[in-house]
Design a protein around this ligand. Structure first.
Ligand code: CDP
Ligand code: CDP
Length: 230
């Protein structure tokens, strides 16, 4: 395949988007861009700078601080893996913590935050050869993407998978709180005014509930091959 495609993968929380995106990018030798990590990075900045007080987000102050927030995907020199860096610090691990998950969707609903991140995602993907996962990639960031997927899975299966993932990283939490967080984020993401989570009519629906990592990759690669050849 000569064309450098833009592949958009949107959908609900913890249904396998990043795993699909990462695996497809590896096979096609494309760049994987985890846009959720970027929203988590902004949420971490807000937490670190006391811009969240109880349930209140100091939205104006956060909007004013946006020029100071530098987000980059770079290789970690020790692991060789591409991680998110916030103002020069590797934050790949810390952005997955429950404290960040608890506030990220509220941060992601702020118009100014979305404008900044959408602009930077467009810049990262403009030459193609990217698999980008998120909530608004096929609807807002790249409405003309070559291929769009919308991923879903049974909420309990998603929560169990995310719980296992967090436990494997030594994060203590419970199935109930993970499930509640996923459902709250889905609701916030679906109903916000700016860039809500929607399945665009041209997106291909994938339910990963009964897929393994390997079988979901095979499924997606078959669709890509059918459409664009080898
Ligand atoms: O990994 P998980 O599916 O749990 O979430 P994520 O992809 O890391 O995204 C974290 C949060 O960022 C989401 O719940 C959304 O609120 C927000 N997000 C967004 O608004 N737009 C995107 N393109 C990506 C993420
Ligand atoms: O990116 P998103 O939040 O949609 O999900 P993910 O981070 O790719 O997947 C959430 C967790 O489910 C990860 O630990 C994956 O390894 C796992 N997973 C799985 O067990 N089986 C699948 N078919 C897809 C994902």
């Amino acid at each position: 395949m000569n064309k450098q495609l833009i592949i958009a993968i949107d959908g609900y929380s913890a249904c396998g988007k990043s795993t699909i995106a990462k695996d497809v990018a590896r096979i096609l030798d494309y760049t994987f861009i985890d846009t959720g990590a970027m929203y988590r990075g902004v949420a971490l900045y807000a937490l670190n700078n006391q811009l969240i007080q109880g349930d209140v987000i100091l939205t104006d102050q956060l909007a004013d601080s946006l020029p100071e927030i530098q987000l980059d995907f770079k290789k970690n020199s020790e692991t060789g893996k591409r991680h998110l860096f916030l103002n020069g610090t590797d934050v790949e691990e810390i952005i997955r913590r429950p404290e960040v998950a608890a506030v990220v969707s509220k941060i992601a609903a702020i118009k100014e935050v979305r404008h900044k991140l959408v602009a930077s995602q467009r810049e990262m993907g403009k030459n193609g050869g990217v698999v980008m996962d998120g909530r608004d990639i096929g609807s807002v960031v790249f409405p003309d993407a070559d291929l769009k997927f919308f991923v879903t899975a049974d909420p309990l299966i998603r929560a169990e998978r995310r719980l296992r993932e967090m436990q494997s990283k030594g994060i203590e939490t419970s199935l109930e709180s993970v499930l509640q967080n996923l459902q709250e984020r889905d609701q916030t993401d679906r109903t916000r005014e700016e860039g809500p989570l929607i399945q665009t009519p041209d997106a291909i629906l994938i339910d990963t509930s009964h897929f393994t990592r390997e079988s979901q990759l095979e499924h997606v690669l078959n669709i890509i091959r059918e459409k664009f050849g080898d």
